[in-house]
Design a protein around this ligand. Structure first.
Ligand SMILES: Nc1ncnc2c1ncn2[C@@H]1O[C@H](COP(=O)(O)OP(=O)(O)OP(=O)(O)O)[C@@H](O)[C@H]1O
Length: 208
């Protein structure tokens, strides 16, 4: 599978946020997106997720047969889209039924993020970091090759950040792809990196 982004531009609120964003992402690769506050990192993920329309440029998704880009991705944004009144397990049951392509069971996914003990608690009772881990567990209950993650380490302690790093590397090892915004290192193996700057984006380092 291959995601190609060519000369992408985005306008929001009547002004140009960025332009000239180009990169490719292949199976097994990770892209780390950096930039100052307000540069447009989340906006770039929203464009890739199909939540916004580009003002220019192209997003090309190849190698997934009939499946469109939106059918092939998980998006975890700042808003976790969890239902507070439902338990962690119920939230994951819902995601699994809704998304199709089942992968791990909800119990296995909660175990993988270290939250087996919280399966029966309403998500509204969980801490910010625990809640974020439930949102990340959603990645595991339905198979989608491309993970779009907006500041995935936010609210995570050091142990949970390491768990996340392992989940991301496992996903890549199985041919998955990741694009993640971040203000802090994710410690991934040889990621591609792109820095979003006002009205332009520069490839900092690209792995051959
Ligand atoms: N719904 C919206 N309408 C208009 N402008 C918006 C909207 N959402 C975001 N913006 C603007 O788009 C720009 C980019 O925002 P974005 O959230 O993508 O930045 P970011 O790089 O992710 O920032 P941060 O590091 O603070 O999370 C900002 O100037 C922001 O004010």
């Amino acid at each position: 599978m291959r995601l190609s982004v060519n000369n992408l531009a985005c306008d929001r609120g009547g002004r140009r946020i960025f332009e000239g964003v180009s990169f490719t992402l292949l199976s097994g690769e990770a892209l780390v997106i950096t930039g100052r506050n307000g540069a447009g990192k989340s906006t770039l993920l929203e464009l890739l997720a199909g939540r916004l329309h580009p003002a220019g440029g192209k997003i090309i998704w190849e190698g997934a047969g009939e499946r469109s880009l939106t059918e092939c991705l998980h998006y975890v944004g700042h808003r976790d889209a969890l239902k507070s009144a439902l338990t962690a397990q119920e939230n994951l049951d819902f995601a699994r039924d809704f998304l199709g392509n089942p992968a791990l069971s909800p119990a296995e996914a909660l175990e993988a993020v270290g939250l087996a003990h919280a399966a029966r608690l309403p998500v509204g009772y969980l801490s910010a970091g625990q809640r974020h881990r439930v949102a990340l567990a959603r990645l595991l209950v339905a198979h989608r090759p491309l993970w779009l993650l907006d500041e995935p380490t936010s609210a995570l302690d050091a142990a949970s950040q390491e768990t996340l790093r392992q989940l991301l590397e496992n996903h890549r090892a199985q041919g998955g792809m990741i694009a993640a915004t971040t203000h802090s290192p994710l410690f991934l193996s040889e990621p591609k990196e792109i820095r979003i700057e006002r009205q332009s984006a520069r490839i900092e380092r690209e792995v051959p």
